[in-house]
Design a protein around this ligand. Structure first.
Ligand code: ZN
Length: 146
């Protein structure tokens, strides 16, 4: 188990150091801002959704390693997914970080399972997903984890 844990940490460090899909998305049609006051994580999520499919997802902002890695992994996972598939992933991810069983295949997102042992970090890992939820609903108010 410790080897797997090391591997997971490696992936998280890598996504923090080299976030995927980081930067503006000029032709975005969905947008939301998220803030986790507990840690100070801030992120802006931009999506391009067409015919119910998330064609592109990019984020900007600054936060801790967990929030950045989570946003990076999430934007990778979202591309090509329908809004319904994204909602299923969100549900599965939420169960995972709460330490609850899930039947959803989370793929690479599973590297964040370890945060369930650190309640304060759950909000860091979930911020991107709550922001996604708001973006898909096109909510104008910024999301806060508090
Ligand atoms: Zn954080």
């Amino acid at each position: 188990m410790s080897d797997l844990r090391d591997l997971y940490q490696e992936v998280i460090f890598d996504h923090n150091r080299h976030p995927r899909n980081f930067g503006p998305l000029t032709d975005a049609n969905r947008h939301a801002d998220g803030f986790n006051p507990l840690c100070g994580d801030r992120l802006t999520l931009n999506l391009r959704v067409k015919d119910g499919v998330i064609q592109d997802a990019r984020f900007e902002g600054s936060g801790c390693a967990i929030s950045t890695a989570s946003a990076s992994l999430m934007t990778e996972a979202l591309k090509g997914k329908t809004e319904a598939e994204a909602a299923v992933l969100f549900d599965g991810f939420h169960h995972m970080v709460m330490g609850e069983p899930t039947t959803v295949d989370l793929g690479k997102l599973a590297v964040l399972a370890g945060v369930s042992e650190f309640p304060a970090r759950v909000k860091c890992a979930s911020l991107a997903w709550h922001t996604l939820n708001a973006a898909l609903k096109n909510e104008a108010d910024p999301v806060s984890t508090e």
